[in-house]
Ligand binder design. Structure first.
Ligand code: HEC
Ligand code: HEC
Ligand code: HEC
Ligand code: HEC
Length: 354
């Protein structure tokens, strides 16, 4: 998603950007307050460094969060300025204009120290490389400029992965999960919500079913295995529990919701809800208040209880699904979304046979 992070290549971000800011192929686009579009500081950092908004002017702008942007970071300044205001994305980093930065701790622009080391620097590295940035690249600092937190124009918090990790007191780095070692190198796939395989690593579900007279009493425990929330990040992600009871032939006898848990079973929806002044749910750019946050906190175990009519039930099944977008947004953006972006991912499942 880093390689597709601009409005030209990510259909979801593109739809929001065009609505809130404007045309990503035009120069001079500003926010409603007349400021340079803050989105570009994270979604198109190389364009933000040049203060341009015409993202098709150079490959480096369109490439979004590309190799050169990350690998010229020399230091993380923090996302909060001394006056309390936020500095985000590219503005939160010090960036070298002369040398690529490597996580190795080894400086490739100098010759090897001992004779048995292969002299890689001259023939294979046409660019000057500095290896002194290990502490930035091996810690959360390299991610935090863009992933720490963000507020909308009304000061309402949107994404806050960094704050979540801080609260969890976890010392595990982002890289250990998002950049696992593959074939001896740190993988740059940076999987997240767009990758079903990654989503399936986020949670575990347990299910207990007890006899309780005419009913079955079911307890579902959804365990967040992560040091950030589930779901984390973009405020319109949603996960939900589907609990269903079947007879011996697999016929559905009972289910915890009819259309969507957001409508019929709010305890089963893990979601961040933003609202307008009158308390009605609204989209992130327009929100003036937080109405609720039922996402799993870092490492939280959520217990959900249900009474299921017992007659004929042979199998009870709990499934947790994950969607990139709330149902309303899925409908609204129908035309720009591929089927994969709309489809729910099965994140975890548990089954009891009676
Ligand atoms: C989002 C920031 C980011 C982007 C974009 C990025 N890198 Fe990296 N890269 C890192 C970090 C962080 C590490 C260190 C990971 C670690 O060691 O834990 C790294 C490590 C590396 C390494 C050493 C890997 C190893 O383990 O041997 C190479 C080589 C590299 N990057 C090349 C690239 C190339 C080429 C691109 C573009 C295709 C790229 N990087 C894009 C952040 C980034
Ligand atoms: C220059 C800003 C920037 C930096 C630095 C950066 N990211 Fe990102 N990252 C983004 C943006 C912007 C997106 C969203 C792209 C989109 O969906 O359009 C993103 C998306 C992601 C995603 C979500 C992928 C998905 O499936 O939706 C993950 C995971 C991620 N980044 C991890 C990391 C990690 C780990 C680091 C540090 C090693 C890092 N990022 C550094 C800007 C950045
Ligand atoms: C223990 C492993 C683990 C660690 C540590 C971890 N993550 Fe994640 N992260 C995951 C998994 C699994 C998911 C997929 C579930 C989800 O999207 O919530 C994920 C999802 C994400 C997403 C995707 C959100 C979206 O909207 O698609 C982002 C962004 C992200 N993580 C950033 C980070 C950052 C930044 C750090 C470090 C501060 C970090 N993560 C640390 C495992 C981890
Ligand atoms: C502080 C950095 C930052 C800024 C500023 C920022 N974003 Fe993002 N945005 C991210 C990151 C990181 C992600 C992806 C990971 C996540 O979900 O947290 C993301 C994801 C998104 C997504 C979801 C994309 C997808 O494919 O699911 C949309 C839409 C979006 N941003 C729109 C915007 C708009 C519009 C603006 C400007 C008004 C903006 N963002 C400003 C960092 C930023």
């Amino acid at each position: 998603m880093h390689a597709r992070s601009t409005a030209l290549d990510d259909p979801i971000h593109g739809a929001f950007y065009r609505k809130v800011m404007g045309d990503p192929t035009k120069e001079g686009v500003t926010s409603k307050k007349g400021k340079y579009p803050v989105c570009l500081r994270c979604h198109a950092p190389n364009a933000a460094i040049r203060k341009t908004t015409k993202l098709d002017a150079k490959p480096a702008f369109r490439e979004g969060v590309n190799c050169v942007f990350c690998h010229t970071i020399t230091a993380f300044k923090g996302t909060e300025k001394p006056d309390g205001k936020l500095r985000l994305g590219q503005a939160a980093y010090e960036v070298s204009k002369t040398a690529l930065q490597a996580p190795s701790g080894r400086n490739y622009s100098t010759l090897p120290e001992s004779e048995d080391e292969t002299p890689v620097s001259k023939p294979f590295h046409p660019f000057p490389m500095e290896g002194g940035s290990a502490i930035v690249f091996r810690t959360n600092a390299v991610c935090m400029g863009c992933h720490d937190r963000r507020k909308n124009f009304h000061g309402v918090p949107l994404c806050a992965t960094g704050d979540e990790i801080k609260e969890s007191n976890s010392q595990v780095t982002c890289q250990s999960c998002h950049m696992p070692m593959v074939d001896g190198h740190a993988s740059h796939s940076m999987a997240g919500g767009h990758d079903g395989n990654m989503v399936r690593r986020a949670i575990a579900v347990e299910l207990d079913v007890r006899d309780a007279g005419d009913n079955l009493s079911a307890e579902v425990r959804v365990r967040n295995l992560l040091p950030h929330k589930f779901p984390t990040g973009a405020p319109f992600r949603v996960a939900y529990l589907k609990l269903a009871a079947y007879d011996a032939d697999g016929k559905l006898l009972w289910q915890n919701f009819k259309t969507h848990p957001l409508k019929d079973d709010s305890q089963a929806a893990l979601v961040y809800t933003l609202g307008d002044k009158s308390g009605k749910p609204t989209m992130p750019p327009k929100a003036t208040q937080v109405l609720g946050d039922s996402r799993l906190k870092p490492h939280e175990v959520r217990r959900l209880e249900y009474a299921i009519p017992k007659a004929g039930v042979k199998v009870v099944k709990a499934e947790v699904f994950y969607n990139l977008l709330l149902p309303k947004l899925n409908k609204k953006l129908d035309k720009v979304l591929t089927p994969e972006l709309k489809a729910p991912t099965l994140a975890a499942t548990a089954e009891v046979r009676l």
